[in-house]
Design a protein around this ligand. Structure first.
Ligand code: 5AD
Ligand code: SF4
Length: 453
């Protein structure tokens, strides 16, 4: 009987990508992936440390696993990712049911770790940081056909920016880029397997290759754009201070580059930005937004915002609201400030009360909701190029005479459209379709396909 693994992923897209590679290693060791902890012999949790909430998620899951292990003492439990890196030995002490803890630089050593766990009784801790991003892309051969249209590819790991609130530089280590040749090889292989869109991942893709003197990020995009069969490319995340003119120009130069940028602003007040150690001002940020809109008028811009940073006054918070209005974001990911271990801001004075943070968060979300609605309405009548991801999972409009498809526009909006059942059935997955937008909803758009447009 084959061995079974349950791998739970908490956190960002980079964790999703890392989990995929872990799973591929485990499959090489004879493990089959199962979808419940109860059915598994080996359980791995890939964790996130960005906010206290994500960490709490881990501890409540560990509580459940402790009960399970009492009933099934033979199961083995491992903790991976950012909390593993941050807590290390303390995690083994806190959670007696855990058999092994391995950090963000240990994914390449997972096979040895699991082999020792299978044979030995010793608990294992591997949080060594060797500074080399895992470059193994054998996982591609194991991808299954229903998740192929769009994939993530990590191009760099770590971060050297040390924003005052952020745990990433401590848990992911120094900024390190992968070789351009390896990245291109991986994307070529993905495309051969049917992938049509890739999202390049890094904490700060704008400084790709700087340290290693590989090539600029814009140059990397140009090289990737020349891969035949690839329809579209995206990237995330960009630090506004490093958003170069060369990269801004890439939006008008490279037809395959999606018209979307995620440009985390975090706060609208210069005083708060300075204390966050973000190294740009409100006006420098707005200038870059202006350049982006000038060269790529229909670019969708999204952002991250932190409310209730230590010392943030009501009027400083209002500057965040006014900046949101000035920019007119397509979407905003907003978070209440959360103290993280070892970060400078965790010892800043004048922490903001939880109720005030909650109230500020709801004001940000409320404002964005109405702005997103307006943005969506403004798209009615426009022609969008939709990369079809598959059949709609739910029925958007009740009409049994049509088949409903879902995909994303270049600006990353979810677009649904239908094809009459009277037409010859065709699998549209992975194709680019011109769709005329006719209706807007709060989270998606609806349109009519325009053949031959
Ligand atoms: N508290 C709240 N939000 C945070 N983020 C990062 N660190 C913290 C923290 N300590 C947010 C930032 C970042 C996003 C990924 O998470 O907005 O851009
Ligand atoms: Fe964290 Fe700042 Fe680095 Fe982003 S740029 S990962 S917010 S330290």
């Amino acid at each position: 009987m084959s061995k079974r693994v349950f791998l739970k992923t908490i956190g960002c897209q980079m964790n999703v990508y890392d989990s995929e590679r872990m799973l591929s290693t485990l499959q090489d060791l004879g493990y089959e992936s199962v979808s419940s902890a109860e059915a598994a012999d080996l359980i791995i949790i890939n964790t996130c440390a960005i906010r206290a909430k994500a960490e709490q998620k881990l501890y409540s899951f560990i509580g459940r696993l402790a009960d399970l292990k009492q009933k099934k003492p033979a199961i083995r439990i491992g903790i991976a990712g950012c909390v593993a890196q941050q807590e290390g030995k303390a995690l083994l002490q806190k959670a007696p049911c855990v058999d092994f803890v391995f950090g963000t630089h240990a994914i390449g050593r997972l096979d040895e770790i699991v082999r020792s766990v299978e044979t030995g009784a010793e608990r294992i801790l591997d949080t060594a940081m060797n500074g080399i991003p895992n470059d193994d892309f054998r996982y591609v051969h194991r991808l299954n056909a229903d998740s192929l249209v769009t994939r993530f590819v990590t191009i760099m790991t770590g971060c050297d920016n040390y924003c005052a609130y952020c745990v990433v530089p401590y848990v992911r280590g120094r900024e390190t880029s992968r070789e351009p040749g390896r990245i291109i090889e991986e994307i070529r292989l993905l495309v051969e397997h049917g992938v049509r869109e890739i999202t390049l991942l890094g904490q700060n893709v704008n400084s790709y290759g700087n340290k290693e003197r590989y090539c600029s990020f814009a140059e990397l995009l140009r090289r990737i754009a020349s891969i035949e069969g690839l329809s579209r490319m995206r990237f995330t995340t960009s630090h506004p201070k490093d958003l170069s003119e060369e990269l801004i120009e890439a939006f008008s130069e490279l037809p395959k580059l999606a018209h979307h940028i995620h440009l985390p602003v975090q706060a609208g007040s210069d005083v708060v930005l300075k204390r966050m150690n973000r190294k740009y001002s409100r006006s420098a940020y707005l200038d870059k937004v202006g350049r982006l809109r000038k060269l790529c008028p229909d670019i969708a811009i999204t952002t991250d915002i932190i409310v209730g940073f230590p010392g943030e006054t009501e009027s400083q918070f209002q500057e965040t609201l006014s900046l949101m209005q000035e920019v007119g974001y397509d979407a905003v990911f907003a978070f209440q400030y959360s103290d993280r271990p070892d970060t400078p801001s965790s010892v800043f004075p004048n922490k903001i009360d939880g109720a005030v943070k909650a109230e500020r968060l709801s004001r940000v979300l409320e404002l964005q909701k109405s702005m997103t609605m307006k943005k969506h309405q403004a798209l009615i009548g426009s022609l969008q190029e939709v990369l079809v991801e598959g059949l709609s999972r739910r029925t958007v409009l009740a009409d049994p005479s049509v088949t409903q498809w879902t995909g994303r526009s270049s600006g990353n909006h979810i677009v649904h459209f239908s094809v009459p059942n009277s037409e010859a059935p065709k699998d549209l997955t992975g194709t680019l379709r011109p769709v005329r937008i006719t209706r807007s909803f709060s989270h998606s758009l609806w349109g009519e396909p325009e053949e031959g447009a």
